[in-house]
Design a protein around this ligand. Structure first.
Ligand code: ADP
Ligand code: ADP
Length: 209
């Protein structure tokens, strides 16, 4: 099963990708997580992209496409994968269709108002990428990761000005992919506004899991 999770930042793509990856035994490939891992470990790539991620702009296509090409070339991605956060531009989508054509594109839909609520309350465990929400999905102990007890943090790009910029970037550069995939008969819309359990049930139906 080769899948793309498309949708605005904060729609719940990562949260659902973790669950679907587990249920379908396929890797969850998040370009955002890969960039953040490199930033945390201060690699050459990390140094190049840190300011871009903090501002909410997109990393250049060439760099991102090569990163995904490498990742999809690894053995665990041969029979299936979930791409979460890639492609985000038409050139990225064109490159992907040559590398590894996908079966389905799930289009997570959510209003801007809900996006802002979800992003501003999001907290993450930097070590694992585990994601919480201060109201909708709180950790057992406030501010601490459930499994390790480490401190949770707010992503730099989940602050108010960066959120606005990311929504604008999404509209301008990523939203055209909805028509791109719809016209190719690959798109399935998913209402992401209900509670996580309900969204997951809808996804299982769509994917026959
Ligand atoms: P979210 O889950 O909130 O939508 P991501 O973790 O997917 O955010 O992405 C965080 C940031 O990483 C983006 O704002 C962008 O700077 C960079 N990024 C991630 N994926 C891509 C991509 N496919 N193309 C360009 N930049 C990307
Ligand atoms: P994305 O990967 O699309 O940027 P996330 O999966 O990181 O989105 O979710 C954004 C925030 O919203 C997180 O804090 C997460 O806990 C929360 N969240 C995810 N799905 C739901 C949902 N169905 N209802 C309420 N909150 C959700």
């Amino acid at each position: 099963m080769k899948l793309i999770f498309l949708g605005p930042p904060g729609a719940g793509k990562g949260t659902m990708a973790v669950r679907v990856a587990d249920a379908a035994s396929i890797p969850h490939i998040s370009t955002g997580d890969i960039f953040r891992y490199n930033i945390k470990n201060q690699t050459e790539l990390g140094k190049k992209v840190k300011a871009i991620l903090d501002s909410g702009e997109l990393v250049p296509d060439e760099l991102t496409i090569e990163l995904v090409r490498d990742r999809l070339g690894q053995d665990d991605a041969k029979s299936g994968f979930i791409l979460d956060g890639f492609p985000r531009t038409v050139p990225q989508a064109d490159a992907l269709s040559e590398m590894a054509p996908v079966d389905n594109v799930i289009n997570f839909t959510l209003s801007d108002e809900e996006v802002v609520k979800r992003l501003s309350g999001r907290r993450v465990h930097p070590g694992s990428g585990r994601t919480y929400h201060i109201l909708f999905s709180p950790p057992k102990v406030e501010g601490k990761d459930d499994e390790t007890g480490d401190d949770l943090v707010q992503r730099e790009d989940d602050r108010e000005d960066a959120i606005k910029n990311r929504l604008r970037v999404y509209r301008e550069q990523t939203e055209p992919l909805i028509e791109y995939y719809r016209s190719r008969g690959k798109l399935v819309d998913l209402d992401s506004s209900p509670a996580p359990e309900e969204v997951f049930t809808s996804l299982r139906k769509i994917l026959s899991l």
